[in-house]
Design a protein around this ligand. Sequence first.
Ligand code: PGA
Length: 243
Amino acid sequence: MRIVRTTDYKDMSRKAANIISAQVILKPDSVLGLATGSTPIGTYRQLAEWCAKGDCDFSHVSTYNLDEYRGLSHDHVQSYHYFMRKNFFDHINIDLANTHVPDGANPDSDAACAEYDRIVADAGYPDLQLLGIGRNGHIGFNEPDSVFSKGTHMVNLTQSTIDANSRLFDSPDEVPRQAYTMGVQTIMYARSILVVANGKDKADAVRAMCFGPVDPQCPASILQLHTNCTVIADEAALSKCPL
Ligand code: PGA
């Protein structure tokens, strides 16, 4: 794992955007694995700025998001379909037909997950996978468990994730209890991985990810076994790491 220390959120976002931009410059038809959450928003904003200036071209890029709530329509304001359009796709020159998010509106979880595995495999898996990390060490919606997950599957969200995400809903009761997520094995198929983390409430998870045992109780710890994983984190998120 390469660990890049940044001064603050802005610095983290710029450095992550630089790596994604370089990926797209070197391979204009890159397959990008993308993430939702608060952490990558600054990265998306920076890339959109460069795209508006003509410095970054997404016209041949295709994207595959990690996860989606089960039971929300694609235009629901809390869906990850909506999040990605609002925070990224509407501001760059990507063809929306080349963007993919698991189909949370399909209640048939087996069919929705199998279909997503098929399209990610057909795309040859991401050249670069962007990840945030949950306070409990989750990646995508792969929550702490006794095993590492494989392909796309339905998950019951843990109370800590429901609580963390309830800030974005009008009331905690509205937070969906289930989601479809790419599995840990699929995430590990990406040729490169870029994890972004900021803030002191991520410090325990970042330490467990980078320095703890490789243990499905911290799903992100598997990234220690990836051959090309970069963690970009601010001082606060790295504050508990033995660096
Ligand atoms: P956050 O979420 O960026 O909103 O902190 C990260 C995650 O849960 O993966």
